[in-house]
Every structure is written in C-alpha cells, then in structure tokens.
Design a protein around this ligand. Structure first.
Ligand SMILES: NC(=O)c1ccc[n+]([C@@H]2O[C@H](COP(=O)([O-])OP(=O)(O)OC[C@H]3O[C@@H](n4cnc5c(N)ncnc54)[C@H](OP(=O)(O)O)[C@@H]3O)[C@@H](O)[C@H]2O)c1
Length: 336
C-alpha cells in the first residue's frame, strides 16, 4: 500500500481520492492545507491522521511515499521542488509547469534525486478507451487532419462576469490560469500523444476582462496536415473530436472525458471500440502510477516513466509556444 499525502483540498482531490480507493493501492495519511482547520476538516473523513499548515513540516515529518499536488498552476513548481528534494513520488496535476524553464529546472532536480519520480496527471491519455483510439489510429493508412474540442462553461466565470473580486484563481494570470492552461492542455496532450510534436503552432484567444484567455482556437501544423484545437471555459461546446483519414474517420465523443470512441470505415460503417472503462476517469492513471511507484526500476516501468516524461516536456513546450504566439504572459514567466 502506498502512503499518500495531498496538497490542495478542492473537488479534484475528492475525485482523486475516490479513484485511489478504487485502485486499492493508496492510503491517505497526511494532508497539507493553508490552514490546519481545513486540513483536518478535509482529511479526517478520508482517514488521514496527520495535518499540516506548513509545507516544510509536511515534507519533513509527514509519513508518506507519494504526494498528490492539486494546487493552482503557479504553485506547482515550488511545491514539486520541495517534494523532489524530499525524495517523494510526485503526482502533479496538469498542467505540470508553467514554462520550459520551470520544467528543465525540475528535470535537473530529478537527476540529482534518483529516488524521486514526478508524473503529470494527464488522466485522459491513460484510459483504456484512449489507448483503443491510439491503436485504431495506427491502423489508418492516411491522416489528413483532426479537430479536437474541449469547451465547457465554468461556473467560476460567473464571478468574473459579475466583477466579484478576487477573481477565481483559474481566471487570473497570477495563478497561470486561462482556457489554454486549464482545458486546452487536454487538447494539446491529445494531439501530441496521437500525432507527435507539431512543426509550428499558433493560438487565437478570446480574452476575458480578468486578463486571461477565456476560449480560443489553436492550429498545430504537421508535415502533411493540420490539427485544430478549440477549447474554452466561457462557452459550451457539444462537438466531438475527430481524426480524418481518407474515407474513414475516428471519433472520440470527448477527448478528455472519453466514454465512446467510434471508427467509421471507408463505407461509413461505425464500429464502437471496446476497452475497460471506469466511471471515474482518474482510476487508470492512478493504477499506472502505482505500478511505477511500486517498481520504479523495473524495465517496463522505466520505459513508461520515460515516455510520460517526454510527453510532459513536449506538451509543456507546445503550450508555451502557443502562449508566445498569442503574447500571453504570466508573472511566473519572470521567476528566472
Ligand atoms: N485532472 C483534472 O481533471 C483536473 C480537474 C480540475 C483541476 N485540475 C488541476 O488541479 C489543480 C487545482 O485546480 P483547482 O481548480 O482545484 O484550483 P483551486 O480551487 O484554485 O485551488 C486548489 C487548492 O489549492 C489551494 N489554494 C487555493 N488558493 C491558493 C493560493 N492562493 N495559494 C496557495 N494555495 C491555494 C486550496 O487548498 P487549501 O485551501 O487546502 O490550501 C485549494 O483547495 C490545477 O492545476 C488544475 O489544473 C485537474
């Protein structure tokens, strides 16, 4: 059983702890929160026994092997740094880091702490259905492009519209928020996993009055085709995500909450792909990560880790290049 510590006590941590229970591989022991009251209120119902409002004490004294970090994006770097310095296994929520500078510093730190591991919680690319889609894609002779959409209105945007300050973290540059960082990252992950690193990228954002991109369209150009990404937090989309072959098409009902993947052959005959499916889409990634943490030096796990790290680095670079193309900057970009 892996002992688990957590940073961040919002809804996504509930989902992670529910998934962790399903895997049967993690046991929550320690909770960090900015206040002790919150740490106890949140952690006790889940059976945690140690609570901290100091990150240093959490890492110095906390009895855990794995730390799950689900804090605002701009906090990831510092918290991950402390975790690695304490030789922990780290599950870091997406998007792992704000820019390539942060990413490369973390890679150097990981090299200096060979017992530590850091994985990015890109839950959607670990699911059975996503893998089934990947396998189907490999069988398609021609690829002519794709359209990937991840767009869901965020109730937190109500506060921006109502001018209620402080604006929610995810709608501010200070916390490295915005549509690209929050939902666009799923689309970018999908594209980079399925098609590799694009030759060039461009992003056309629609800005909010809180200073971040509320929604937007990105175009990723590859040698033979282009991939269009639509993502946003200020509107709702009902579009599926599609990959275009010649006469055939591969359709994900959603790239980030995939419940159905359908392959339409050259005669437009549909076949629904089959794969093991968990209602809680974090179960697969937590199983994958537990396998790594339980046997970090096993050759299969070493290969998995290398693949996830490479993907994470590539996604981080593409995200940064997209931001650069739209001249979107965060205060965290100046922490050099
Ligand atoms: N994989 C997914 O499906 C998924 C879904 C949602 C979010 N996420 C990711 O999870 C992370 C957290 O997202 P969220 O929406 O939960 O963020 P959030 O509500 O803004 O903050 C998450 C937690 O961080 C702490 N926090 C809040 N404001 C802070 C501040 N100013 N300084 C330091 N800590 C602060 C709070 O915990 P305490 O009060 O206990 O300190 C809070 O519960 C993000 O990286 C996001 O991208 C992933």
């Amino acid at each position: 059983m892996l002992k688990l510590g957590i940073i961040g006590t919002n809804i996504i941590t509930d989902q992670m702890l529910d998934a962790a229970k399903t895997t049967g591989q993690y046991q929550l022991t320690a909770v960090y929160s900015r206040t002790l009251t919150r740490a106890k209120e949140y952690g006790e119902p889940y059976g945690a026994t140690a609570f901290y409002d100091s990150l240093e004490d959490f890492f110095d004294e906390g009895d855990f092997d794995v730390v799950y970090i689900a804090s605002p994006n701009s906090k990831h770097y510092e918290q991950a740094r402390l975790a690695i310095e304490n030789d922990k296994f780290v599950i870091l929520e997406k998007p792992a880091f704000v820019n390539p500078e942060e990413f490369s510093r973390i890679e150097s730190l990981l090299a200096a702490h060979p017992k530590a591991r850091l994985v990015e919680a890109a839950r959607h690319i670990h699911t059975g259905l996503f893998h089934a889609g990947e396998d189907q894609l490999k069988k398609m002779d021609t690829i002519q492009g794709a359209n990937i959409t991840v767009m869901k209105y965020s109730s937190r945007y109500d506060k921006v519209l109502a001018d209620e300050k402080p604006y929610p973290n995810i709608f501010t540059p200070e916390f490295a928020g915005g549509a690209l960082m929050d939902l666009g990252v799923y689309a970018v992950y999908g594209a980079v996993t399925l098609f590799g690193v694009p030759d060039s990228v461009v992003y056309f954002p629609t800005m909010t009055k809180s200073g971040v991109d509320g929604m937007g369209t990105a175009i990723l150009t590859y040698d033979q085709f282009a991939v269009t990404l639509n993502f946003g937090k200020t509107a709702n989309s009902h579009l599926v995500s599609e990959i275009y072959g010649l006469k055939d098409t591969l359709v994900f009902d959603s790239i980030f909450d995939t419940t159905k993947v359908t392959y339409f052959d050259a005669n437009q005959e549909p076949t629904e792909l089959e794969a093991p499916y968990f209602e809680n889409s974090m179960v697969d990634e937590l199983n994958d990560f537990a396998a790594l943490f339980n046997a970090p030096d096993d050759p299969e796990q070493v290969a998995n880790y290398k693949r996830w790290q490479t993907l994470s680095r590539e996604v981080n670079a593409v995200m940064y290049n997209l931001r650069e193309s739209a001249e979107l900057t965060f205060p965290a970009d100046n922490n050099r």
